[in-house]
Design a protein around this ligand. Structure first.
Ligand code: AR6
Length: 287
């Protein structure tokens, strides 16, 4: 399907989209966290509509819409995530929240929808798994929604969401961009985090025009990589652990190997850069 998914750091109540999703509770009468923020910003109209349309509340894993009141969005799609802290640990229920919210979006004709990370706050679902449930369920749910925005309140959470979004929904790269050099992944990566770094660099350079020489390319890549991993890409065999590249599955997940970049990754990019230049200069441009 044609859905575009992006990650944003900020407050979901400020999102200018057709619908924002609320992480509500079964009673559907407001609460803390993102629920509290949405009811405060939306005003009394949101609560009145909750009472009118959901006199008996909402089941865990289900979703339903109300007006968005004073919010910039048109609708609020309320969904109730499982309360992990209280022992509700069936991941199917969490996935159901994303699926049902997208179904409700289709019902009301919302084309752009912003989600918070359902159950990842007060309900205490383990963060990496909450992120995985969000991105994989959105990826496999057929929908007419065109734009999904995953909004994270904290910078750390945003970085984790961003790297999973880059993996499952790689953004398009522009012709003649540095990002295009990353379009094909190399046959072998150094460590598991290197695949994430590769995709993060591809996204960062998606619209950056190619420099004129390869020796300008190298520092561009090194500098961007250092900005993303927050450490120097020194010539060393010591791996660097990047928390947001670690989906929480294994011990070496999230590790980046600087020596792989110097010995393999960057040389591959330089080869591709030179191949791209050959193609460009052999075009009959100057007639
Ligand atoms: N914008 C974006 N994300 C936010 C915002 C905001 N304004 N505020 C919080 N978050 P939570 P839950 C993030 O606790 O775990 C309520 O009392 C937050 O950092 O809001 O599903 C309800 O009434 C976290 O990553 O929802 C329920 O009783 C994510 O949103 C219960 O909490 C979800 O955190 C639901 O708990």
């Amino acid at each position: 399907h044609m859905v575009t998914v992006t990650a944003v750091h900020g407050d979901i109540t400020r999102q200018r989209v057709d619908a924002i999703v609320n992480a509500a509770n079964n009673a559907m009468r407001g609460g803390g966290g993102v629920d509290g923020a949405i009811h405060r910003a939306g005003g009394r109209a949101v609560l009145d509509d909750c009472i009118a349309r959901f006199p008996n509340g909402l089941r865990t894993g289900d979703a339903g819409w109300t007006t968005a009141g004073d919010l910039p969005a048109t609708w609020v799609i309320h969904t109730v995530g499982p309360n992990y802290a209280a022992g509700e640990r069936d991941r199917e229920l969490l996935e159901s929240c994303y699926r049902r919210a997208l179904e409700v979006a289709d019902e009301i004709g919302a084309r752009s929808v912003s989600f918070p990370l359902i159950s990842a706050g007060v309900y205490a679902w383990p963060l990496n798994d909450a992120i995985d449930a969000a991105v994989t369920t959105i990826a496999k749910t057929p929908t007419r929604v065109e734009e999904v925005v995953l909004v994270s309140f904290s910078e750390d959470t945003h970085r984790r969401v961003q790297s999973q979004v880059h993996r499952l929904f790689p953004p398009p790269t522009e012709p003649g961009s540095v990002g295009q050099l990353f379009d094909r992944p190399p046959a072998q990566m150094g460590m598991r985090g290197d695949a994430y770094l590769w995709l993060a660099l591809r996204a960062e350079f998606a619209a950056t025009p190619l420099p004129s020489t390869w020796f300008e390319l190298r520092p561009m890549v090194v500098q961007a990589a250092e900005g993303i991993i927050g450490a120097p890409l020194a010539h060393t065999d010591d791996p660097i652990h990047v928390p947001e590249f670690d989906p929480g599955h294994g011990m070496s997940a999230g590790n980046v190997l600087p020596s792989w970049w110097h010995q393999t990754g960057i040389p591959i990019l330089i080869d591709r850069f030179e191949a791209a230049q050959q193609t460009n200069s052999s075009e009959p441009a100057e007639g």
